[in-house]
Structures are given as structure tokens and as C-alpha cells.
Design a binder for this molecule. Structure first.
Ligand code: NDP
Ligand code: GDR
Length: 359
């Protein structure tokens, strides 16, 4: 049975990739970090009791900031494939925690590559690095492809730039089969609640059922190329199955603004939004109710205004195309958040308090 090790297995992509690899017959190992509360919500449906023998889904405690844990786990597991998905992945948070972001996202990648080298596994372990469209930042060419120059615009993107190049360097220097997937934004019903798409689908569901009054957002004009995480993890695997390692842009090739996303999600919920005002004064009304406001706290010191990917190389070389459309993505996210909100409404009706983080 082929063994894969996933860092960031408790995250959005980690959960979809774990499911995908288990279906392919892999023994899946994941690294989770120690937290004071359980952090395995997204993978609880895959969880196997550690007291049971013959498990094919195994979690290990480790951290990208701790070399010794990474070396120990890789030595123990001897994975044929390592998927490095772990990261402090929030762009806005990276301005608040730049040093930690560099430690986990940049040096963390180096630690994994060094572990492969220290353990003499250069020829037996393939390595996938979760690179990002944020590398393009202040875009130098549209649409962005593998040859477009990088111009990172946040501590997150700068850390990921180091990770991108150290992956290329270890491939060239030590012959490690190592690839960068330069992924554009991809979302799903298990997207972190503070990323803009999930923030919108969650808040509009709550507004619809009367559990929240207002959705506060930052830059509504920002444009992104949004795909579905389920589609994108297939490509992560495909990249490691080729005769030679390479780097690929993964995107849909279609772009929408944050405002477009809000309109599409509202439409699903039969909320008709009327936009009035401009810039900081822009307000989205539902009937007479102001339900969407701009709050400058969500602006970033340096913003990435527009991203649009060209996935031609992945299409040609990997035979990869995204299957899930923007509209299908929005529908699925809204439906799942609406179900969660209905549950919360029921809890509230029975006299219990329902808490809401409005971040
Ligand atoms: P998430 O934020 O959902 O998941 C990140 C994962 O990394 C979580 O499992 C988290 O653990 C873990 N993690 C964070 N810090 C550490 C650390 N120091 N040590 C070990 N684990 C850690 O991200 P996504 O699933 O959305 O993204 C996966 C990867 O792809 C990330 O590297 C991200 O930067 C990158 N990426 C994502 C894109 C997207 O649109 N989703 C696009 C391009 C790149 P915990 O659950 O405990 O927080
Ligand atoms: P991004 O995703 O920064 O592209 O990084 P995010 O959803 O956070 O922002 C997308 C755009 O929406 C604008 N925006 C807001 N964003 C958030 N989070 N909250 C708001 O209230 C809000 N209002 C407007 C942002 O300014 C931005 O322009 C994601 C992460 O998954 C990264 O890890 C990954 O590398 C990139 O996608 C590709």
C-alpha cells in the first residue's frame, strides 16, 4: 500500500486530499499540531480509533516550526509522497504575525525538504509544495501563467515565495522529485470561516434566518479566480504521478469580484441586494435593511486587486480541467451554511445561546 504524508491535514485542502488518497487506496498519514481543543472537525468522518489495528488513516503530532518532529515522523512513516499543505494561510493575519508566518510557511518548507535529505530519501519520496497565486501579487501580466514574474504583496506571499524557490532549488540541487502547484483561490463548504467566500455564505445564511444583522467586509472590488477545493486536490496528486517533476498553475480562467460573489450567494438565498453609495460608504440593502457595510479594518496594507490564472499547461500536460463551476461552488457553499444556520436556529429556539464570531 502506497503511503502519503499530508501536512495541514486538518485544513480545507488536507481534508479533501485525505479523502481522495484513501479512495485511491493509499495509507494516509497526517501531521496535526497540538491545540487546546480538538482541531479535527474536517476529518472526523475519516478518523480511526488508534486502538484499532490495520488502520489506513493515522495522525501524528508535529509542527512545521519543529524540525525534530518532522524528521521523526518522516523517518517513521517512510512516505512515498509528501504533500506540504500546512501554513499560516491567512493573508491579512500575515501582516499581524509576519515572523510566525515566515517561520511556518517559508522555513517550514525548508525543514521538510531538509528532513528528506537528512534521511537519505531524495530518490524515494516525492514532494508537493502548496504554492499560491499570491506570488503574482501586483500582477505583471494577465492572465498569470507559470512564466509570469512574481511580485508578492504580503508577508504571507513573501514567505511562500521563499518556499517556492527552495522547492525548485532542492529539485535542482539534490534531484528530489519536488513540484510547486501554483493554486489560485479555491473554496468549499469547509473553507475557513474568515476567508471572504465562507464569510459571505455564512453571514448571509445567518442574516436570512435572523441570527445576524450585518455583514462587514473590506475591498468589494477585489477580483479573484475562484475554484473548488475538491477539483484542486486531484491536481495535487496528478502532479506527483508524472515522469518528471514540474510546476503548474491551477486555476479556472474565470474571474469574479467580491461583490459578484455576494450577489450570487444572495440570489441563492432569495435575498435581493440593492447597492447604494461608493467606496467606504457603499451599503448593500435587503429591502430597507442595510445588511452589508464596508469596514476599513478588513483592508490590507497592500492589496492584491486582481488575479486571473491561465491553466493551459496543466490542461495540456496533466489532462486536468476543473469540473465544478463558480455557480455550483456558490450553491454548494450556501446550501451547507444554510443547513448549519438552521441547526443554530433550532438550538436558539430551545433557549440555548448561539455565539457568532463576526471577524
Ligand atoms: P487552511 O488554513 O484551511 O489549512 C492550513 C493547515 O495548516 C491546517 O491544517 C493548520 O492546522 C495547519 N497548520 C498551520 N500552521 C501549522 C504549523 N505551524 N504546523 C503544522 N500545521 C500547521 O488552508 P487551505 O487548506 O486552504 O490551504 C492549504 C495550503 O494551500 C496552504 O499552505 C495555503 O497557504 C495554500 N494555498 C491555499 C489556497 C486556497 O485558496 N485555499 C490557494 C493557494 C495556496 P490547524 O487546523 O490546527 O489550524
Ligand atoms: P486571499 O483570500 O487573500 O485571496 O487568500 P481571502 O478570501 O482572504 O480574500 C480575498 C479577497 O477578498 C477581499 N476581502 C476580504 N477578505 C477577507 N478575508 N475578509 C473580508 O472581510 C474581506 N473583504 C474583502 C480581500 O481583501 C481579498 O482581496 C487566499 C488564501 O487561501 C491564501 O492562503 C491563498 O494563497 C490565496 O487565497 C490564493
Amino acid at each position: 500500500m502506497k503511503k502519503a504524508l499530508i501536512t495541514g491535514i486538518t485544513g480545507q485542502d488536507g481534508s479533501y486530499l485525505a479523502e481522495f488518497l484513501l479512495n485511491k487506496g493509499y495509507e494516509v498519514h497526517g501531521i496535526k499540531r497540538r491545540t487546546s481543543l480538538f482541531n479535527t472537525d474536517r476529518i472526523d468522518h475519516l478518523y480511526q480509533d488508534p486502538h484499532v489495528s490495520d488502520r489506513n488513516f493515522i495522525l501524528h503530532h508535529g509542527d512545521l516550526t519543529d524540525s525534530s518532529s518532522l524528521i521523526r515522523i518522516i523517518q517513521l512513516v517512510q512516505p512515498a509522497e509528501i504533500y506540504n499543505l500546512a501554513a499560516q494561510s491567512h493573508v491579512a493575519v500575515s501582516f499581524e504575525e509576519p515572523e510566525y508566518t515566515a517561520n511556518s510557511d517559508a522555513v517550514g518548507t525548508l525543514r521538510l525538504l531538509e528532513a528528506i535529505r537528512i534521511l537519505g530519501m531524495e530518490k524515494t519520496t516525492r514532494f508537493y509544495q502548496a504554492s499560491t497565486s499570491e506570488l503574482f501579487g501586483k500582477v505583471q501580466e494577465t492572465p498569470q501563467r507559470e512564466t509570469t514574474p512574481f511580485y508578492p504583496r504580503s508577508p504571507y506571499a513573501v514567505a511562500k515565495l521563499y518556499a517556492y524557490w527552495i522547492t525548485v532549488n532542492y529539485r535542482e540541487a539534490y534531484g528530489i522529485y519536488a513540484c510547486n502547484g501554483i493554486l489560485f483561490n479555491h473554496e468549499s463548504p469547509v473553507r475557513g470561516e474568515t476567508f471572504v467566500t465562507r464569510k459571505i455564505t455564512r453571514a448571509l445564511s445567518r442574516i436570512k434566518l435572523g441570527l445576524q444583522d450585518t455583514l462587514y467586509l473590506g475591498n468589494l472590488d477585489s477580483k479573484r479566480d475562484w475554484g473548488h477545493a475538491r477539483d484542486y486536490v486531484e491536481m495535487q496528486w496528478l502532479m506527483l504521478q508524472q515522469p518528471l517533476p514540474d510546476d503548474f498553475v491551477i486555476a479556472t480562467g474565470v474571474q469574479y469580484s467580491v461583490r459578484d460573489f455576494i450577489n450570487a450567494a444572495a440570489h441563492e438565498l432569495e435575498i435581493k441586494i440593492r447597492w447604494e453609495g461608493k467606496g467606504l460608504d457603499e451599503v448593500g440593502y435587503w429591502g430597507e435593511r442595510p445588511i452589508i457595510s464596508v469596514d476599513p479594518r478588513y483592508f490590507r496594507p497592500t492589496e492584491v486587486e486582481t488575479l486571473l490564472g491561465d491553466p493551459a499547461k496543466a490542461r495540456q500536460r496533466l489532462g486536468w480541467t476543473p469540473k465544478i463551476t463558480f455557480q455550483e461552488l456558490v450553491t454548494e457553499m450556501v446550501q451547507e451554511d444554510f443547513k448549519i444556520t438552521e441547526r443554530d436556529e433550532l438550538v436558539k429556539k430551545h433557549g440555548y445561546t448561539v455565539y457568532c464570531h463576526n471577524e
